[in-house]
Design a protein around this ligand. Sequence first.
Ligand code: PMP
Length: 407
Amino acid sequence: MTASSYDYDALFQQALDGLKADGSYRHFADLERRAGHFPRAFHHGLGREVTVWCSNDYLGMGQHPAVLAAMHESLDRSGAGAGGTRNISGTNHEHVALERELADLHGKEAALLFNSGYLSNWATLGTIAARIKGCVVLSDEANHASMIEGIRHSRAEKQVFRHNDPVDLEARLKALPLDAPKIVAFESVYSMDGDIAPIEAFCDLADKYGAMTYLDEVHAVGLYGHQGGGVAEQLGLAHRLTVIEGTLGKGFGVVGGYISGSAALCDFVRSFASGFIFSTALPPMVAAGALASIRYLRASQEERRLHKDRVAYLRARLDEAGIPHLVNPSHIVPVMVGEAVRCRGLSDELLARFGHYIQPINYPTVARGTERLRITPGPLHSRADIDDLVGALATLWKEQGMAAAAA
Ligand code: PMP
């Protein structure tokens, strides 16, 4: 018998051609961030400096002197890597200190670090749903892929409720046996539309029906709340959530993810989650940088104040220019284009002609027909930068005959 002779590369290419045909193939910008120059970066494809408008380093902490100093100091003291998984020699003092800080930030007994926010969602939801016998997961329909994949991996029963809809959530909770263990999983700030969950209403329902609550604050930590503890902190609700999950890679500017919750819950995930147990721990310098970032943002209000100012200013200028954008209560400014090829075209023109980099957001990240330019202005964009961007957008809007928003 001879082995079948598949042309495997042709199979891969066929799948990629499908993406290219519908405009959802991803092109990566080859950027070089230069410490001290954010939001400017060198674009190697273009061979010039550009202004970045789509970074999730929302507050510019990835280049903050306090963070860089802590990382340099830790690198020189401890070296590059952690030396192992957390269980086998990889728990460095920096990890322990960071977990203490995160628990304190969210007013919880404990916290547990992961190598990314993706992994923290995947591993925690996957482990709770799989290991707590009969657990039913109630998941907001707009939840991030990391939560969806974790829940799927657990093979637990899942109920998907309508986005941000307490009425639908209650109907589903009511239909489940009162004594079944349950977990309600949702986000605070949704990354693409920038809307915010009705956290208190969800907590009330969870209490009424005896469910745990799992809140992803990835797009909120560092940015919301007096100490940067997220929307739950801002609303005084942190104590009502069973788990608050976050990232160290966005508002805090470094990399890594975490959960915070009761000591028993964190110990349980630490002890059973393979995505935590069997992976080399984050480098100590990463933990040291994140710790410096969190401590800095707990004490300083200036970055959050400037951030709000820039977001409000961008919205006002877009309104004046008649450029349609989604109105929401957060810092995310989605300029709606509504068609994949046009969205990519606008992004290309903005970059090539005006030096503004905004990655187009297409299906499957957002639904077809809602393709957009997702703008995340930060404290390091000046008002003049914003004027320049809106001027460029207005020129392209006019040239391409795109509909203006109603005044
Ligand atoms: N949750 C949400 C809502 C996200 O948008 C993301 C990343 N974009 C993650 C989790 C994953 O976080 P990280 O980037 O730290 O892996």
